[in-house]
Ligand binder design. Sequence first.
Ligand code: SF4
Length: 98
Amino acid sequence: MPGSESGKQGVVVRIDPRRCIANAKCTTAAPGIYVLDEETGVAVLENEADATLQQLFAGARACPTQAITIEQFGRRVFPQILTPMFGVDDPDTGSGSN
Ligand code: SF4
């Protein structure tokens, strides 16, 4: 067997807790795979070994802040463009009050 961390074609999922705004989009997209950590409140991977690639990508795509990145063989494959992180930024520009 080729040596890969997850055994899924060299795919490694990372969740950046600084980007996570805990809106649970990923946990809705892939329940039981992405879960919100009870202590920290941010998303974590729970059953990575059981997750399908589709589930991993579904959760990553659902994340509005790009907190979830997916690497394959050491190269980021999602998102293809990772926008810079600003201190406190409103990801929902223009859809607030009125
Ligand atoms: S979708 Fe992104 S921001 Fe929302 S809980 Fe998951 S990782 Fe955090």
